[in-house]
Each structure stands twice: as C-alpha cells, then as structure tokens.
Ligand binder design. Structure first.
Ligand code: KIV
Length: 278
C-alpha cells in the first residue's frame, strides 16, 4: 500500500506491459535523499545488493544481509512515491528452497512495503520465483553475469561467449519468464546475445552491460553520477563528476575552517534577534 493505493501489482504490470515499447528507466537507490531525487525521473528504483559494496565497502555483494536490504528498502520507500521499488534478495536468503525464498521475500515485502523483489539465477531458482509470485509478491529475475556467483565463477566474467552458454542463457530466460517474473535483468552479456534474449522472451529485459535493444536499462546510481571511488566497470557511463565536486567542497571547507572564515556572519546566531532560526 502506497499513498492509500494498493498499487503493487499495478506498478509491476505496467512495467511488464512496456515490452517492446518506450524503454524502462531504472536506477539503483539505497537512501532516502537519493530516492527523493530520482523518483521523478525513473520508472523503477532497485535497492540493489550492490549497496553492500557501494555504501558499506564490502568487496562483493556477498556482504549484503537480509537486515541490510530491509533497512535500505525502508529508507528508499520513504523517499519514493511514484517509482516501482524493487528490493534485492541477498545471497543466502533464497537458494536453499522455495520455502526459504518465500519466507525471505515475505519479510522484505512486509517490512519495507516495496513493490517487488529481485533474485539472481535461472533454471535453478524457477521454483523459488514461482512460489514468491504465487504468494502475490512480484519478482524481477536477473541472469547473465550474476555478482552473487563471483566466487563460484572465479571473477566477473562476461556471459554469452560460447554456444553452450548462449543456450543456457536462453533456458534461464525461459525458466524465469515461465515462473512468472514480470521483468528480467540481463547483466554483463554479449550485446548480440542480450538482444536475442530480448526478442526471445515475452517479459521486458533490463540491460546493464548488455544491449541498447533491451526493453530498459539500469545503472548503479553512484557509478552513474561519478561518485564511485573504486574501479568503475566498462559498461558505466558517468553523467556527472560528483567525486570532484565532493573533494572540491571538502578542500574549500577545510581551508575556511583553518583560516577561521567559516562560520561567517550568515551562519551564526546573535543574542538579540528573535528572527534567528536554526
Ligand atoms: O545490485 C545491483 O545493483 C544490481 C544491478 C546492478 C542490476 O543487481
């Protein structure tokens, strides 16, 4: 329930109906102020488990926990009134069984009020997706490069480079769609393969390091605004340079504190004035 409307199914069905239409605009968001800033500009906000790396400094997304995802999901929901908010299911919260996946999805859904959850995998998580969807919680799938499998895969490897892998990706996409997901993230996959997958399945594909032919695109917000301090993947386009803006502001603030020019007259309170407000 948001703004008094039961909009969860509607929001996800609206995105499902965008297959082959105007591209779906998606970004990650992890905090209240960023959700406030992005909400007017995007169709979908993903509280990605990338939060573990981007905001918490973990080396991989395996550092994300259910509690972490719920806390950030709650913050984003407070800042969003329009976008479809999807919260990632962290590694370890859904792989074991459909029952485990459903219990975790229910916690995320009930404790955040988000529209949908996302989980990584294809054929091997089809039962989990079906159980969550059947319980009334919409699911977004995620195939191709799966960051939660980085240790198993021995690094971040681009997918779709061999005929066997392309066939596996097709099977995965089919399984996720058949299980009832309303959309599918395709990450780090050869461009032509991502385009073929998009033509092949009936639900919208959301690309990241994939193809402009996908039905939508997503980027990690900190990468997109140039705030990421570690390595930025090739598929990222930086639309702003907030690293320089933050460093420049910090340097000017430090200089003004050291020279005692901050706080100036406009930033202090006089004893006499009743007009002063903090
Ligand atoms: O966690 C995340 O940010 C994601 C996107 C990159 C799709 O899964």
């Amino acid at each position: 329930m948001r703004n008094g409307l039961s909009c969860r199914q509607d929001q996800c069905e609206t995105i499902r109906a965008r297959k082959g239409g105007v591209p779906v605009v998606c970004l990650t968001a992890y905090t209240y102020p960023v959700a406030r800033l992005l909400d007017d500009h995007v169709d979908l906000l993903l509280v990605g488990d990338s939060v573990a790396m981007v905001l918490h400094g973990h080396k991989t997304t395996l550092g994300a926990s259910l509690e972490m995802m719920i806390a950030h999901g709650q913050a984003v929901m407070r800042g969003s009134s329009k976008a479809c908010v999807v919260v990632d299911m962290p590694a370890g919260s859904y792989e074991t069984s459909a029952a485990q996946a459903l219990a975790s999805a229910r916690r995320i859904s009930e404790e955040t009020g988000c529209e949908a959850v996302k989980l990584e995998g294809g054929v091997e998580v089809a039962l989990q997706i079906a159980a969550i969807v059947t319980a009334g919680i919409p699911v977004m799938g995620h195939i191709g490069l799966q960051p939660q499998s980085v240790e198993k895969d021995g690094g971040y490897k681009i997918k779709g480079r061999t005929p066997e892998n392309v066939a596996a990706l097709m099977r995965d996409a089919d399984a996720v769609a058949k299980a009832g997901a309303f959309s599918l993230v395709i990450e780090g996959t050869v461009e032509t393969v991502a385009a073929d997958l998009t033509r092949h399945i009936t639900i919208p594909t959301i690309g990241i390091g994939a193809s402009r032919d996908c039905d939508g695109q997503i980027l990690v917000i900190d990468d997109m605004v140039g705030l990421t301090v570690d390595r930025v993947p090739k598929f990222v386009k930086e639309y702003a340079d907030l690293r320089s803006a933050v460093a420049d502001a910090a340097a000017r603030y430090a200089a003004e504190v050291r020279s005692r020019t901050f706080p100036g007259p406009g930033h202090v309170f006089s004893a006499a004035s009743d007009k002063d407000k903090a």
